[in-house]
Design a protein around this ligand. Structure first.
Ligand code: CO8
Length: 256
């Protein structure tokens, strides 16, 4: 039985959302994205929540979009999956309280994109980060081409997205991809300390700060995100993407 899903816990005005598909390193398939979007929608209506902590079950935060599912998609399906993921992540980003990513392990591809849709990122010293899509003949498709540039600057973003190199936690901290590192066993505790601090501040002041800080990115993001989905979908059906994804699933290096 597949026991994957999204776990939600709310205590003292702080929500904890856990992506729980540990056997597949919390890889994002359509079902998980849909459930995630529904949980975030539910939270957006909860007037008691003042901050959210987002984390993953097991050894990964999220190891990316589900390559098994992606490998069988046509371009039109890839486009709508990309849009669906973008909308879920946008909804997370638009919550009127801050979201803290507690990155417990791999945050790769779509997983790194999910972390980038959070307001603040803290990570375990054992976490790993990267945008490995080009090694599969793909590209980021959940808003990452836009959000990564804004988080770490154009050149750092290009370095990560074109080399597909994985960063360790120290390197991610140095690049500004994460704001703080902790030992693995106190990661959640530390995230909750930050969330409690935020929850103790003025509710409307925090909401206003977030609204204004996000304004910075609005105009360009909407157009660029749609273009990202189109270009992402355009890679589907190309021999390169087919070979890249099949090579991953067959645990070998791509031949191209
Ligand atoms: N998709 C599907 N299954 C995955 C994924 C994934 N992204 N990552 C891990 N898994 C599965 C493995 O296949 C494995 O399953 P099984 O036991 O059935 O073989 C299980 O999780 C455990 O993984 P590993 O045995 O590989 O664990 P390791 O500790 O040896 O390696 C790694 C961990 C390094 C994280 C490795 O699993 C890996 O490289 N994963 C893939 C990372 C990746 O390439 N991510 C990017 C995916 S593409 C993407 O995210 C595009 C985003 C834009 C989408 C736009 C929408 C259309």
């Amino acid at each position: 039985m597949d026991e994957s899903g999204i776990l939600l816990e709310i205590k003292d005005g702080i929500a904890i959302v856990t992506l729980n598909r540990p056997k597949a390193l919390n890889a994002l398939n359509l079902a998980l994205i849909e459930e995630f979007a529904a949980v975030i929608k539910q939270l957006s209506r909860n007037k008691d929540v003042r901050a959210l902590v987002l984390t993953g079950a097991g050894k990964a935060f999220v190891a990316g979009a589900d390559v098994k599912e992606l490998a069988s998609m046509r371009a039109s399906q890839a486009f709508s999956f990309s849009r669906q993921g973008q909308q879920a992540f946008d909804r997370l980003e638009r919550l009127d309280f801050p979201v803290i990513a507690a990155i417990n392990g791999f945050a790769l591809g779509g997983g790194c994109e999910l972390a980038l849709a959070c307001d603040i990122r803290i990570a375990s010293v054992t976490a790993k980060f990267g945008m490995p899509e080009v090694s599969l003949g793909l590209m980021p498709g959940f808003g990452g081409t836009q959000r990564l540039c804004r988080a770490v600057g154009y050149a750092n973003a290009m370095y990560l997205m074109t080399t597909a190199e994985t960063l360790n936690a120290q390197e991610a901290l140095h690049m500004g991809l994460v704001q703080k590192l902790t030992e693995p066993d106190v990661l959640l505790e530390e995230a909750l300390v930050i969330a409690s601090k935020i929850a103790s501040r003025g509710r409307y002041a925090v909401k206003a700060v977030k609204e204004l800080a996000l304004k910075n990115f609005d105009a360009d993001y909407v157009n660029s995100a749609e273009l990202e989905s189109e270009v992402f979908a355009g890679l589907f059906g190309k021999p390169e993407a087919e070979e890249g994804m099949n090579a991953f699933l067959e645990k070998r290096n791509p031949q191209w």
